[in-house]
Structures are given as C-alpha cells and as structure tokens.
Design a protein around this ligand. Structure first.
Ligand code: PEP
Length: 226
C-alpha cells in the first residue's frame, strides 16, 4: 500500500471541491489517499472517505498571529496530515529550517502526521547532499516514528522535469541513511499518470506527492489506481 498525497496549493473552489469529493469517494483504492486543499475548502471535505491534510500551519497554539492557523485548529477542522516546509513555503515565504522544525514539533504535539518536504534547488543540483543534509539537520536523532518525508527536487516542481529513477534511488538511500529511521519516504515533482506507476515500482518509494495532476480529477484517479 502506498501513500498518495494531493497538494492543491492555492487552487480549487467550492464547486470543484464538491465534485472532487464525490468522484474520488467513488474510487476504490488500496492506497492511503491524503488531499491537502486550501484551508478555506476544508469544510467541503466532511464526507470525504479518505484523509485530509493542511498545506501549512503555524508553530503556536493560539495568539496574535494574523493570517495563521494552528495545528490544533486544523485538527479540529478534520486534518490528520500536514505538509511542512513545502518548497513554496521555504522560497516564496522565506521559511527557515528552524521555523520548519518548530512547525513539525507543533504538528506532532497535536497528533497530526507531518509530511516534511525537502529537496534541492536547481542551483544546488550538483551539491544536493549538502542541501538535503542542511534541511534534515534538526530532525536527526529525533523520534520520527509518526512522520513522513517527501523528497521534492525544487527544479522538478511544476516543470515536467523528473529525475532519473536511479538518481531518486541514490538520494532516497542517502536520506534513509541520514535519518537512521524507517520513515515513509515519498517522491514529489511533476508526477503524472504517465510516470506514477514507474516511479512507485522502480524507486522503492512509499508514495507520491502530487501537485498539478491532483487538480485534474480523471488524471488523479488514474494515479490512485496504480
Ligand atoms: C508540489 O507542489 O509539491 C508538486 C509536486 O507539484 P507538481 O506535481 O505540479 O510538480
């Protein structure tokens, strides 16, 4: 059984969410399916038969943090998973490794399953070991038994460029060695129905993080039934 996570980013609306829930509820999949819609759409997922996740959270429980959502509130809204440190959070919103680690701690404290996103930028492509080690540094020697990690090379997100399978395998091996824990490890970056089954079979991965392809219902269904 694999974990398939959909990240809608800042896309979708009430009408699309309702259609998505109806159509994906009709899919019988042996995989664990997690959908992360924008926060304002979480209320449309009450009848969803699979899991829902948040795309982000803040690291405090309450307080004067305008525009933010706490893991506690997201849990109350029905989330069981939460994306932490997505590359768009790191690069557009300048989230640091330190803040990302605090968010991970806050999510764990609410019994949410964090999906920690890591991956090198295109300028670090030849220096990926250094980039990934830096992002993972705070997580070393921590109890990771309820966490998921997602390797998402930044240069692959939204570009239709996908690393070779042997490259992904090498990087997965590096991440597993570094974490010294058997955490589920996902791949994300330009996943489509064309490459999903090969990715799942060849690279010994535990699942996929899907961006654009999760916004096309038929395309996403094809990925779910791999
Ligand atoms: C993502 O944003 O996490 C992602 C993988 O996007 P895409 O599938 O569109 O490359």
């Amino acid at each position: 059984m694999k974990i398939i996570v959909a990240n809608w980013k800042m896309n979708g609306n009430f009408e699309f969410a309702d259609k998505f829930v109806e159509e994906i509820n009709a899919v019988d999949s042996k995989n664990t399916i997690v959908v992360c819609p924008p926060t304002a759409l979480l209320c449309r997922f009450h009848s969803f038969r699979y899991y829902i996740g948040a795309q982000n959270c803040y690291c405090e429980e309450y307080g004067a943090y305008t525009g933010e959502n706490s893991p506690k509130l997201l849990k109350e809204a029905g989330c069981e998973y939460i994306l932490i440190g997505h590359s768009e959070r790191r690069h557009i919103f300048q989230e640091t490794d330190d803040l990302i680690f605090k968010k991970w701690q806050a999510a764990i404290a609410q019994n949410l399953t964090p999906i920690v996103c890591i991956g090198e930028k295109s300028c670090d492509r030849h220096n990926w070991k250094q980039a990934i080690s830096t992002q993972l540094n705070s997580f070393l020697k921590k109890d990771l038994h309820s966490s998921i990690f997602a390797y998402e090379p930044v240069w692959s997100i939204g570009t239709d460029l996908v690393p070779r399978f042997d490259e992904i395998e090498t990087i997965f091996e590096f991440i597993r060695d570094l974490l010294r824990a058997t955490v589920p490890l996902l791949y994300g970056g330009s996943v489509s129905s064309q490459n999903a089954s090969q990715l799942l079979n060849y690279a010994r991965m535990d699942g996929l993080l899907v961006g654009r392809a999760s916004l096309k219902i038929n395309e996403f269904k094809r990925i779910l039934i791999q």
